[in-house]
Design a protein around this ligand. Structure first.
Ligand code: FE2
Length: 366
């Protein structure tokens, strides 16, 4: 049994301003890494700028992070970071900017290395990183993972280096401007993290505490999520402040869960679907969760996660997810290739504690 969660986490309203001294203590000049729009709309970028200004800490903004960020983008940001001589990195946004912030922090700290170092087993240190999530999904604010798109291989892959953020500042008010699909897709990503961590080769009674807590948070919020989908309206009209808070806590708890176990087959299957079909990450993972639970051989554990989520059977869970996410029609050719590539990749199967065969995996597609 082993627990290692070195990130300092604060979760409260006005979190960034309340802890601006700790944010500024990470260095003398920050690079803020974010996307083009949402951090401006939800107020998080302004909060970080204000916090750094009050602490008289200089900063430069790199706001060119795309969804599913590429190695090319990371290298472009490194160039700016070197030129500006930044010594810490602040990621603001969903998984894309937060993951990119870690990879950028690694590359700025190691100017002698080129992009190949991202995927090499080398002992490299990164600049300190702070993360400010504005979606409730990835949990990247507390995980050591950074997943980038590799265009040359037409997929996404986590870099080889584990970069734990020094600081995670979580303010659920940033969620209030999220669109319906983003809110639902990212919540399903967090749910997948909880399930894939609990039902995992690396799970033990200690690290399962995170999933157990997270799944019960999901059960508190699942009716609000489906109501949002049915009404097709702005989530802020359905969700209470407390509801947004539960979602943010669930995502961070789920991040802590996968920090200890890694993810499993649904994540492995999702990357090609996202790359080839542009299906958002959470939705691409979510469509495989029913197959994952159905095929899982320890039925007692499956019953345990269903009970914690508040479902009686896998069928009930499947019906709920189908309504929440809708259908994704994966073309036969892509699917056969995907199944083949996962079956040939021991690294992708090692977190699944039982023997997997081609036919069972093929049936994951719904
Ligand atoms: Fe994920």
């Amino acid at each position: 049994m082993q627990i290692y969660m070195p990130t300092k986490v604060y979760s409260e309203n006005d979190c960034v301003m309340n802890h601006r001294d700790e944010l500024a203590s990470l260095g003398s000049k920050a690079m803020i890494v974010t996307g083009k729009h949402s951090s401006r709309v939800n107020g998080s970028l302004l909060d970080v700028e204000k916090a750094l200004q009050e602490e008289e800490t200089k900063y430069v903004i790199f706001d060119d992070i795309e969804e599913n960020p590429s190695i090319e983008t990371v290298m472009k940001a490194r160039e700016l970071g070197r030129k500006e001589q930044v010594d810490f990195v602040v990621g603001i946004g969903g998984g894309s900017p937060m993951d990119a912030a870690k990879a950028i922090a690694l590359m700025i700290a190691n100017p002698q290395e080129d992009e190949s170092a991202l995927y090499e087993e080398k002992d490299l240190l990164a600049l300190p990183v702070a993360e400010i999530p504005t979606t409730a999904g990835t949990g990247s604010e507390v995980t050591p993972y950074a997943i980038l798109t590799i265009h040359a291989r037409k997929t996404k892959k986590s870099i080889s280096h584990k970069i734990y953020p020094e600081l995670a500042l979580i303010d659920s008010r940033y969620l209030k401007t999220a669109g319906l699909d983003t809110l639902i897709d990212t919540a399903v990503d967090a749910l997948a993290h909880l399930l894939e961590s609990y039902l995992n080769t690396n799970a033990d009674s200690y690290n399962r505490m995170y999933s157990e807590k997270g799944l019960s948070l999901f059960s508190d919020i699942k009716e609000e999520l489906i109501t949002c989908r049915r009404q097709g309206e702005n989530p802020a009209q359905t969700f209470s402040d407390q509801g947004f808070d539960v979602l943010m806590q669930m995502a961070a708890t789920a991040g802590m869960a996968i920090t200890h176990t890694g993810t499993s087959i649904p994540h492995g299957l999702s990357y090609a679907v996202t790359y080839e079909m542009q299906v958002p990450h959470g939705k691409a993972v979510g469509i495989f969760l029913s197959g994952f639970l159905s095929s899982y051989q320890d039925k007692k554990d499956v019953q345990s996660v269903l009970g914690r989520m508040g479902f009686a059977t896998v069928e009930e869970f499947t019906k709920y997810l189908d309504e929440l996410l809708g259908k994704v029609e994966i073309p036969e050719g892509l699917w056969i290739e995907n199944v083949k590539s996962i079956m040939a990749n021991q690294a992708k199967l090692k977190n699944y504690p039982f023997q997997m065969d081609k036919d069972t995996l093929y049936a994951f597609r719904r």
